[in-house]
Ligand binder design. Structure first.
Ligand SMILES: *Cc1c(COP(=O)(O)O)cnc(C)c1O
Length: 396
């Protein structure tokens, strides 16, 4: 029976390879951190993790995870509402709300699930979802699962957003949905302007803070801090899988009744397992750390500033960034792949991105900065970029 399908899949896969779009996985044999060992035996500096605060292997979180196993066991074997809620889950939800200045929080196995489960319980065919064109795949999928009318505006384009808001005026509820920081360019959503338009056109706001939480704003509280609109966004989604320790777990935080309704009707919450106690306990330790000091944010911001300035001075074309994402523009797809492999040979692990992940003719290498990077790591990276950039004629 499988024969026909096997044939079909083999052809499809060959097609993916021919188009140069086949994804290979590089195997890391050390913990996730700034300097890692890969399976070919090389030690490389990692500039492509979402480990923005350098917490993926932080001793305090490792310790808290072990403590969580010891006091609360390994797994929950249940969804939250049956018998999958421990004191740890409730504490973590409260800490997330405190961090973002919101009313309540609901945890998910991942932010993919948070975004997948947020629209359908709240919006019907009577309503409108107005979504940024560069929003994450999980938002797109979440919107697909719901019957609301869909509107799309060009990335961070406020004129276009206003157009769409006007078109959606007849609907019952309107919600503007945007990523906080956009992962390929590093720009952030203009939340001050979005907030004004939301008020003018009577719309709710949802922000996905996956790449901005912990990173953006002086103390890392995300785009609502950066634009001084704390408490004014109705729904925030985020992940524990990036800056916040990098293990697993997602959340939706925001208005009390919204979170209450999600606990009743959100399908990834109702029909999927609870996060393990070790993850909850490490999450609690992480938010305690965030409340104590902004040391990691300070270091991340100064690392990002240093790197971007030095790279520009070396002659590279860098997209304006407000996050810890630095897009080194090359425009040519082949060049982006060649340059990334030459950088790896120099001990710098970065990824080149090209169409369809970014628009045609906008190939780039994405560098992700971290508080886990030391000045010498940054200098080594800049030096390698400069050497390879000259070899390939990217800079003079
Ligand atoms: C990474 C990411 C997600 C998914 O988060 P997970 O917790 O890994 O599922 C959702 N939205 C955005 C914007 C992201 O960058």
């Amino acid at each position: 029976m499988y024969g026909k399908m096997k044939n079909h899949l083999q052809k499809e896969i060959a097609g993916i390879k021919e188009a140069g779009l086949y994804k290979e996985e590089r195997i890391i044999v050390s913990p996730q951190k700034a300097d890692i060992k890969i399976s070919t035996g090389e030690d490389v500096l990692n500039f492509c993790a979402n480990n923005y605060l350098g917490l993926s292997n932080h001793p305090r979180l490792v310790e808290a995870a072990i403590e969580g196993i010891k006091t609360h066991g390994y797994g929950m074997s249940s969804v939250r509402f049956i018998c999958g809620t421990q004191d740890l889950h409730k504490t973590l939800e409260k800490k997330i709300a405190e961090f973002f200045g919101t009313e309540d929080t609901i945890l998910y196995a991942a932010c993919f699930d948070a975004n997948g489960g947020v629209f359908e319980p709240l919006f019907t065919a009577e309503d409108a979802i107005i979504s940024d064109s560069l929003n994450h795949a999980s938002i797109i999928d979440g919107v697909r699962l719901c019957k609301a009318q869909r509107y799309r505006y060009k990335n961070a384009d406020m004129e276009d957003l206003e157009e769409q808001l006007k078109k959606a005026q007849d609907q019952r509820f309107r919600i503007i949905v945007t990523d906080g920081a956009f992962s390929m360019d590093g720009n952030v959503a203009p939340m001050d302007k979005i907030n004004k338009l939301a008020k003018k056109y009577d719309a709710l706001i949802m922000v996905d803070e996956c790449h901005s939480a912990g990173v953006v704003g002086r103390t890392g509280r995300g785009v609502t801090e950066l634009f001084d609109i704390r408490g004014e966004v109705d729904i925030i989604t985020g992940t524990l899988g990036k800056a916040f320790g990098g293990a697993i777990g997602g959340f939706t935080t925001g208005k009390k009744e919204i979170i209450e309704m999600l606990r009743q009707r959100s399908r990834p919450y109702l029909f999927s397992n609870s996060i393990p106690p070790m993850v909850a306990n490490a999450g609690i330790a992480m938010f305690d750390m965030m409340a104590e000091t902004t040391e990691l944010q300070d270091k991340l911001h100064s690392n990002t500033k240093y790197f971007v300035e030095k790279m520009k001075a070396a002659g590279f074309d860098i997209k304006p960034t407000k996050s810890a994402i630095c897009a080194v523009m090359l425009y040519d797809a082949k060049l982006s792949q060649l340059m990334a492999s030459k950088l790896l040979a120099e001990g710098i692990y970065v990824i080149g991105f090209y169409y369809p992940v970014v628009p045609k003719g906008e190939a780039r290498i994405r560098v992700q900065l971290s508080a886990g990077h030391e000045r010498e790591h940054l200098d080594k990276c800049i030096k390698a970029f400069t050497k390879v950039g000259k070899e390939l004629g990217v800079i003079e």
